[in-house]
Design a protein around this ligand. Structure first.
Ligand code: PEP
Ligand code: MN
Length: 372
């Protein structure tokens, strides 16, 4: 069964409540009994927090750093659950982790970004869970590969896990970015489009890597219809043993949540009518744009034949440079943004070159449409 038709238990049915967004909070790492109870006490003041997270086994990029308290911390998590009524969540990366977590009544297991990249490990974890009724949340793989993310979800589903959710924690990216992990919102949006039943929870902490952008990222997640937030919380972030730059106190989490605007997914009939009118204008313009693009490509093909017949190169750098500059200036003057103009013009130019290559290679119409 592929992602499109997964049979998934609705989020509210296994996370203590129907209301979204679902809020998951707790420390990056469980560090001590006192730290866990102190954080839980603070989070218990925030009714929206349903799930208490804590990393017990920490995947560290370099050796020699704090790698988590291991099984010693599991009774602390159980105490948090019994004393405060939270559901509990830990990251698991091998069958021994799963066995220990389940023995201590952990409710939800999450698969970390460094684990969801590996189909062998994912399959092994999924098989270990076969026959259990535990919740599983799958973080996006570190690299922006939606197939890998969906593959991991499908593997747990195939092992009979139905309490499933995805966690969007951003992606490693080679370009300089203000984020620790680039959010690349188009990926979780595409995941939701392909797997409509799958809840997606955003993890602003690992996306931002700092505390100053948390609110903006959390707000954006909600405005993009994500189903919940996972936010790392520590009683004293300054001395946290892992991810101290991005953790906030429970009091600051309470403040952040109070600043979030929770918007409705649809409005009154009047609102919907007006929206539909505006949308039909967009539909009309999009079709007009497609028609113009198609006419543009017809002329590109004509130019391709003309260059080929006269033995002239496809790329004319001077023309491309001048054209790019002229279009960017004109687009900026019309209120379009520079990154958008750059991407759009680059895309148009790439496609024009590709079509002319097809003509130069004497290939048929199918090759033109396949986009090889
Ligand atoms: C974490 O949640 O603390 C963690 C290690 O996350 P990720 O797998 O997203 O890096
Ligand atoms: Mn962390």
């Amino acid at each position: 069964m592929n992602c499109k038709e997964l049979d998934i238990t609705p989020l509210g049915a296994w996370t203590k409540g129907q209301d979204t967004p679902l809020i998951i909070a707790g420390p990056c790492s469980a560090e001590s009994h006192g730290q866990m109870l102190e954080i839980a006490k603070g989070l218990a003041e925030i009714p929206a927090v349903r799930i208490f997270r804590a990393g017990i086994w920490k995947p560290r990029t370099r050796p020699g750093q704090f790698e988590g308290m291991g099984v010693e911390a599991l009774p602390w998590l159980k105490e948090v659950k019994e004393q405060f009524g939270f559901l509990t969540a830990v990251e698991v990366a091998n069958p021994q982790h799963i066995e220990a977590a389940l023995k201590h009544d952990v409710d939800i297991l999450w698969i970390g970004a460094r684990t969801s990249v590996n189909p062998f490990t994912v399959s092994e974890l999924a098989e270990t869970l076969r026959g259990t009724d535990v919740g599983v949340m799958i973080k996006n793989p570190v690299n922006p590969d939606i197939q890998l993310w969906m593959g991991a979800i499908e593997r747990f589903h195939a092992a009979g896990i139905r309490k499933l959710a995805a966690i969007h924690r951003g992606f490693s990216y080679f370009r300089k970015s203000p984020f620790r992990n680039a959010p690349m919102w188009e990926l979780p949006i595409e995941l939701k489009r392909i797997c409509p039943a799958l809840p997606v929870i955003t993890d602003p902490s690992h996306i931002c890597g700092n505390t100053s952008m948390l609110l903006a990222v959390a707000q954006k997640a909600l405005d993009l219809e994500m189903d919940g937030l996972m936010i790392e919380t520590h009683d004293n972030p300054e001395i946290a043993l892992t991810d101290k730059e991005q953790q906030i106190t429970p009091a600051n989490l309470k403040l952040l949540l109070s600043q979030l605007i929770i918007r409705k997914k649809s409005g009154t009939p009047n609102f919907q009518d007006k929206l539909e009118q505006m949308r039909s204008e967009i539909d009309r313009l999009d079709h007009e744009m497609l028609e113009i693009l198609s006419r543009r490509m017809e002329i590109i093909d004509e130019i391709g034949h003309y260059k080929k017949d006269n033995n002239i190169t496809i790329l004319q750098l001077k023309r491309w440079r001048e054209m790019l500059q002229e279009r960017i200036d004109s687009g900026l003057a019309s209120g379009l943004s520079r990154p958008f103009l750059m991407d759009m013009l680059q895309l148009l130019h790439d496609e024009s070159i590709r079509r002319q290559e097809v003509i130069f290679r004497n290939e048929n119409e199918d090759a033109k449409l396949d986009g090889a």
